[in-house]
Design a protein around this ligand. Structure first.
Ligand SMILES: [Zn+2]
Length: 241
């Protein structure tokens, strides 16, 4: 194999790594934004539960106050009933006593309902709060890790660019031109590929028999796929070196 092709293979590795890093750097903010939204949704759920429990407690306190007032009123009505002077007064007091007892009973039923609701909500709030704290903590860690990864990625991309520059500077201009032409054509994909069993390893074009025999017979020559122009390598182990 031509030594220049080893250099092109190294350039290709650098390009591939840079491309992967660029993709990852584009993905990172999206991942963080999605995570932030999840944390915000958890926070909103906790706040909604807290608001529900607060409203529940407020209503219960109001009901307790109402019950107490009605009980005081009942006590008074009962003593008024004992002193009632006429049948009409008795009927009126009894009616009012019944009404207040009914209201107390309604309030007590509602209180019970609210207590049951609170009992169901409280453990859920605790679970949701714990999940929120964990999600916030994880989010912060992920944010810090992403910052590090971004920094390292940017540095690696710069390093790759420097390495590529050095490799290209030392490369025969004919190969530099070839590399640049192919890189323009295939911005992110491979420009070198293995010729396997008479086929181009990337575009899958079946090589002409004479051409394929030439590739095998003279692997030290520069061979380019007649279909896609990629540089063909007969012995791919060099690519992986
Ligand atoms: Zn091809």
């Amino acid at each position: 194999m031509l030594p220049e092709i080893s250099t092109l293979a190294r350039l290709e590795q650098l390009d591939a790594q840079t491309h992967q890093l660029q993709l990852r750097l584009t993905e990172l903010p999206k991942i963080l934004t999605a995570e932030k939204k999840t944390v915000e949704a958890k926070k909103k759920a906790v706040e909604d539960l807290q608001a529900k429990l607060a409203a529940n407690e407020k209503e219960r306190r109001q009901l307790e106050g109402d019950i107490q007032l009605r009980q005081v009123k009942l006590k008074k009505l009962k003593s008024q009933l004992e002193q009632a002077a006429s049948e009409a007064q008795v009927t009126a007091f009894e009616h009012e006593i019944k009404f207040n007892e009914g209201e107390i009973s309604k309030s007590e039923d509602r209180e019970l309902e609210l207590m049951e609701e609170a009992e169901a909500l409280e453990p859920k709030l605790k679970t949701d709060q714990a999940a929120l704290v964990a999600a916030q903590r994880a989010g912060l860690e992920h944010f810090k890790a992403a910052e590090q990864e971004h920094k390292a990625g940017v540095a690696q991309i710069a390093k790759n660019a420097e390495s590529a520059k050095a490799l290209l500077a030392a490369l025969d201009p004919r190969f530099v031109e070839l590399y640049e032409r192919l890189r323009r054509k295939y911005k992110t994909g491979p420009i070198l590929c293995e010729a396997v069993e008479g086929n181009c390893g990337v575009c899958q074009m079946t090589l002409r028999l004479a051409f394929w025999q030439g590739v095998k017979a003279e692997p030290d020559k520069l061979w380019q796929c007649e279909e896609c122009s990629r540089i063909l390598i007969y012995n791919p182990s060099v690519m992986l070196a």
